[in-house]
Structure formats: C-alpha cells, structure tokens
Ligand binder design. Structure first.
Ligand SMILES: [Fe+2]
Ligand SMILES: [Fe+2]
Length: 329
C-alpha cells in the first residue's frame, strides 16, 4: 500500500544528503523516498556512514533523505554539534544551511533561556553565536536567515531574530573582527534573559498594563543581569547589554534613564534590533507591523530615542540589493 505525499510529509522531513557527513555514525534512522510507495528505511541509527554509502546514494540520484519527525531531537542534537562547520559548507545550498542554523538556534536559545545555569549553556550559546556571526556575513546569508523568521512572538524566537539583526547591523557599521561579532551575537541572543521573571499573562495581556505589570516589565533588564551572574555568566559585554537594552537615547528608557553617549554602542545596536523585531511580530495585543512601517517609526521617532545613524545603517542593511531581507508578507 502506498501513502500519499501529504502523509509522508506529516511523518518525515527532508534533509539534504550533503548534511550526512561520511565518517560518522548516523544519529537516527535514515529513510529514502520512493515514487508511489512508502519511504523505505535505508539505514539504522548508530550505524557508520562512509564515503562509499554517500557515493552510492548519489549515483542513484538521491539528493535528499528522509528523517521521521519522531527522530527530530536526535537529528537536531547531531546538527547542533556541527553547526559551525555546516554554516561554512559552501557546497550546501545557502537556504538549506540557513534552515539548519535557525532550527538549531531556536532550540539552543529556548533551552538556555529556560536554564541559563545548565552546564553546557554558555558553550552552546557561544557556538551558536560563532556560526551566526559567520553566516550572516556571507553574501546572501543574512537574507536567507531572515526569510525563515516567523511572525509569531516567543521570547526565544525573538532572541534569535535580535541576534541576527544585531550582528548584521554591527557588521554594517564596520565591525569586522569575527570574535567581536561573535560576542555581539552572544549578547543579543541573551538580551531578554530576564523575561523569565515576568509572568506570561503580563507579557501577553491584551488590555492595558497596570502599574504593577509595568514594574515587572521594567525590572527584566536588571533581573536578567542578576540571574545570569548568579548562573555564572561573566562576559562583561553580555551582562551590560542585557542590563541596558531598554535605555533610550533621549533618556526615556529604563532601568537607569541613561542617554546619548552614556549608552554603549552595542546596547544601541541591540535596542534597534529589539524594537524592530518586536514591532514586526504578532503579539497577543497587536498585529505585526510591516517592516517598512516599523522602520518609519524608528526613523520618524521625533524625540530620537534610537541612534539615528545606526537606524540609517539598519535600513541600508535590510534593503541592501544583495541582501533583500525585509520580510515578505
Ligand atoms: Fe527586553
Ligand atoms: Fe527583546
């Protein structure tokens, strides 16, 4: 009996053959699609995969293999450990690499924000930041990643988006040193670490927030810093960015009401990336704005809460003809 393509799609996801690297053990069962028939299990988890296997599949025209959704965790863990290398593999289509990167980024950021004290948390964020910093600098990399962004707002998806926008903006303002870009990606990915201290009913409230709700929200930058310090995070740039990403150039921000030059460069970058992503995402209490509209708000902001030179750079980055990254809707 054969299954319909829709039934196959509900059970399996497709991955490029190139993502199976010779010389490794397979992390999960690998299936092959068949025309007008059920997929067939080609090889079991934990068996070696070598050059000969790859060549044989390629010779029979196989370009992608199937993995069951029930094995997605094992597959994603496998990819996460190779994320830096995969991001650099220019023999793999850029959209396929972006898909791997964004899927790994979501898992890593969600799990680290849930438990920043976990043993591997800092290493995982650092690995991800390195891959993101490198990939967003590759021609077409930024656009390929942004195309995969969803409008649904969760703190972890938002954090991934902010990391990507902030890294691209930093690169556009002349930051070339890979270690610095990586540090910015790390800081941006963790900027909302303090949101775990704000109850989700406050974050998603449809009606107006009362004074007590605002207090909780306004506490999240300082809470984030405290929480990360307690969990053993010590990177000064990261802690500073977590604490200062809601300051505003005109002094109207929180928690300290800093203004102008007193706000560090990276915090100014992250505040633009943060505001842009928040405006272009659906929330319980508002629909997403189109990207162009959000940029107008950042730009037309009369009291200049955002660094206008950086806003100009950000607009150029999003509209760069080589990087048409403005969200299509
Ligand atoms: Fe925030
Ligand atoms: Fe944020």
């Amino acid at each position: 009996m054969s299954v319909t393509p829709a039934a196959v799609d509900a059970t399996f996801f497709r991955v490029p053959l190139a993502l199976l690297e010779p010389g490794e053990l397979l992390p999960c069962d690998i299936w092959l699609p068949r025309r007008d028939a059920d997929p067939v299990r080609w090889r079991d988890a934990r068996l070696p995969f070598d050059e000969e296997h790859r060549a044989r599949l390629e010779a029979s025209g196989v370009r992608s293999v199937l993995i069951a959704f029930s094995d997605a965790d094992a597959w994603n863990r496998h990819l996460e450990q190779r994320i830096g290398r995969i991001a650099r593999r220019d023999d793999i289509d850029i959209d396929a690499r972006a898909t791997v990167l964004v899927a790994s980024a979501r898992t890593i950021v969600r799990e680290v924000l849930e438990d920043p004290a976990a043993r591997e948390a800092k290493r995982r964020i650092d690995t991800l930041a390195g891959a993101l910093a490198e990939f967003t600098r590759e021609p077409g990399g930024f656009a390929a990643v942004v195309r995969l962004f969803e409008h649904d707002y969760y703190t972890y998806t938002h954090s991934v988006h902010v990391a990507v926008y902030a890294t691209a903006l930093a690169a556009a303002t002349g930051t070339e040193d890979p270690a610095t870009l990586r540090a910015i990606a790390r800081a941006a990915a963790m900027h909302d670490a303090g949101k775990v201290c704000v109850p989700s009913e406050v974050l998603n409230r449809r009606g107006p927030l009362d004074e007590r709700d605002w207090e909780l929200i306004r506490a999240h930058p300082a809470e984030g810093r405290r929480l990360l310090e307690q969990a053993g995070w010590s990177d000064p740039l990261l802690l500073e960015t977590v604490e200062l990403h809601h300051e505003r150039m005109d002094g109207s921000g929180y928690p300290h009401g800093l203004s102008g030059e007193d706000i560090p460069h990276v915090s100014r970058i992250v505040m633009i990336a943060d505001a842009y992503d928040a405006m272009t995402s659906d929330r319980a209490y508002k629909k997403a704005l189109p990207g162009v509209r959000a940029l107008e708000i950042l730009r037309r902001d009369e009291c200049a809460r955002y660094d206008q030179e950086l806003v100009t750079r950000f607009i150029r980055t999003l509209y760069d003809p080589r990087e048409i990254a403005v969200r299509r809707r």
